[in-house]
Ligand binder design. Structure first.
Ligand SMILES: [Zn+2]
Length: 103
């Protein structure tokens, strides 16, 4: 009985932690998109590097190649070096990788 109650509270606490992480991520995403709309750089919350946005029809293959070549995380990524990355938001050091779907 008590074991059951303990598990219940543990599960609930874990769920709250996950929700908090998602909320934090959502706030970051919102801020990054707003910065981008204002034409300003957005920065990685972990390492402070400028985040790279990949938007279909906007970001050129050349920009992706340059990002990959200068990035610690993506300089070994063949697709990126060939000018292709899944649309999204990336930290050059690999802390942030948000894949976005454009439908
Ligand atoms: Zn980073």
């Amino acid at each position: 009985m008590f074991g059951f109650i303990k598990r219940f509270f543990e599960q609930r606490r874990r769920q709250r932690e996950i929700e908090a992480i998602h909320q934090e991520a959502g706030r970051n995403l919102q801020q990054w998109r707003e910065s981008r709309e204002r034409g300003e750089d957005a920065f990685c919350p972990d390492c402070g590097a400028v985040l790279f946005f990949v938007c279909p029809g906007v970001t050129t293959a050349e920009e992706i190649r340059t990002f990959a070549e200068e990035s610690a995380e993506y300089s070994g990524n063949k697709d990126a070096l060939n000018g292709w990355i899944h649309p999204g938001i990336y930290c050059p050091n690999g802390c942030v990788e948000v894949l976005e779907d454009y439908v």
